[in-house]
Design a binder for this molecule. Structure first.
Ligand code: GLN
Length: 485
């Protein structure tokens, strides 16, 4: 087995007992990236020298006998909408093609402080808008299980890099499913934490009231390790929650006897492909064997979830993206005749089609005359959905559903039909509309040999419950065939 194939918690033990060095590990990861990334396009920037420098300093500390945190010396990738000081941050947009981040996001700071090796920046849909990772200025990311298929989006680069063994862990962002859906498509684990559990400082805003940073890893234990490393209050994010977090990694257990799992069957049964349903049902059967109790539940107003998500997220995006105007930083169109022409040309040339579609949609739903019928109604729908889901947690401990209605689709299959593309998020947007935590865990390969994901959602700040359920399931399920790349 090559070093790049190990999980982070295993690598941590190998580093701790000095069987390997971080420089060796980092070099193995860089070699792997060089060997496969041309085919996959998961990375936008690889910071080899910076990473080797970090790895060396961790190795020195260890040689000097310092006791280091678990992620010290482990290579980790960041989605390219998370600031890393002195490194390009493009958000996969022409608008920021040459933008160098002048400061660290809080999550990057936290990881660097504990000695993690930040190896590079990962491809994504432009400004995190998309469900297939085809909306990148730097080209689509390919699924390692079948390179004619999409990676999922928008954190496609994260999911692919982790799945293909380029890195053990990555941080992505999830506004409507962007961590969980690509994780499901690529056979890896993805967590969207409770809104406000992880600081958004230094994450380029898409829809600020939904955006959350979260981990993408190959196993549940690594996901807990990463969540422990990045969660916590941050005074630089005004929405960050003031609370103490216990280590989820240390408390993780596969004992789920009596865990009540609510399944909203009517929500997904008619929309899912047959093989997704089969894998989901077998996963539930495994959980039942382990002592979980499966209960049918009914969620109300769910048909409004997807439209409400797209109205609210586009409204917020139209405001958040107003800062990209060619004046202060980023791309500026040349040969403009006056200021107005400069704004128009910069934004027309700098943004891709999907981003422009969202800005127009968002501006429309916020405009006088339409505000009440679209934006305000969408907010009311989100509230109703939140109440209906929160109520369920009186009866059940977690809610389970497929992460996505189908497995990874062919590249180009939905690029001309935005609504079809948006439907990929039909099960993931609930966690964002409600602020609740949700995790996607691989539940086997479908008949077509592509990965399927099962999604668990819990009440606010109950990440531990998600990790336990996911871990118990993962232990029972056994290994899933890796991509053959
Ligand atoms: N696919 C969704 C969208 O395009 C979600 C994106 C995300 O979570 N960043 O808006």
């Amino acid at each position: 087995m090559q070093l790049y194939e190990y999980n982070a918690f295993e690598l941590s033990e190998l580093l701790e007992d000095k069987s390997i060095s971080s420089v060796e590990l980092t070099n193995s990861v860089i070699d792997r990236i060089n060997a496969v990334d041309k085919q996959l396009n998961a990375f936008i920037t690889v910071c080899s020298e910076r990473a080797i420098g970090q790895a060396k300093s961790v190795d020195e500390k260890r040689i000097n006998g310092e006791k280091l945190p678990r992620l010290a010396g482990i290579p980790i990738g960041l989605k390219d909408n998370i600031s890393l000081s002195g490194v390009k941050m493009t958000c996969a947009s022409r608008m920021l093609e040459n933008y160098i981040a002048p400061y660290n996001a809080t999550v990057a700071d936290k990881l660097e402080t504990i000695g993690a090796v930040l190896i590079g920046k990962l491809n994504m849909d432009e400004f995190a808008m998309g469900s297939s990772n085809e909306n990148s200025f730097f080209g689509a990311v390919k699924n390692p299980y079948d390179t004619n298929r999409v990676a999922g989006g928008s954190s496609g680069g994260c999911a692919v890099a982790v799945s293909a063994g380029e890195i053990p862990c990555a941080l992505g962002s999830d506004t409507g499913g962007s961590i969980r859906q690509p994780a499901a498509f690529c056979g890896v684990v993805g967590l969207k934490p409770t809104y406000s559990a992880v600081s958004r400082y230094g994450l380029t805003a898409f829809a600020s009231s939904f955006d959350q940073i979260g981990p993408v890893c190959r196993c549940v234990k690594d996901t807990a390790l990463m969540f422990d490393a990045i969660s916590g209050h941050d005074r630089r994010d005004s929405t960050s929650a003031q609370r103490e977090y216990l280590s989820c990694y240390d408390s993780i257990t596969d004992n789920i006897k009596g865990l009540r799992i609510g399944v909203p069957r009517t929500l997904f049964e008619d929309i899912c492909s047959e093989d997704v349903l089969d894998s989901f049902n077998s996963a539930l059967a495994v959980l039942e064997q382990f002592g979980a109790q499966v209960v049918d539940i009914e969620l109300e107003n769910t048909k409004f979830a997807l439209p409400a998500y797209y109205v609210i997220s586009s409204a917020e995006a139209s405001s958040n993206l107003a800062r990209f105007d060619g004046v202060r930083y980023g791309f500026r169109a040349s040969g403009c005749k006056d200021l107005n022409d400069m704004y128009i040309s910069t934004r027309s040339e700098g943004f891709g089609d999907e981003v422009k579609r969202r800005i127009m949609l968002g501006t429309f739903v916020l405009s006088a005359g339409y505000y009440d019928s679209y934006y305000k109604n969408a907010l009311s729908a989100a509230k109703l959905i939140t109440c209906s889901i929160k109520d369920q947690f009186e009866k059940v401990d977690i809610i389970a559903m497929p992460t996505s209605p189908e497995t990874a689709f062919k590249l180009g299959a939905k690029t001309n039909d935005p609504i079809e593309m948006y439907k990929s998020d039909v099960f993931t947007v609930f966690a964002n509309l409600t602020g609740l935590p949700a995790i996607s865990v691989p539940c086997g390969l479908a008949q077509n040999s592509l990965p399927v994901g099962i999604q668990f959602m819990a009440d606010s700040f109950c990440e531990q419950r998600l990790f336990d359920a996911a871990y118990a399931y993962e232990c029972a399920r056994g290994a899933i065939a890796k991509p053959s790349i």
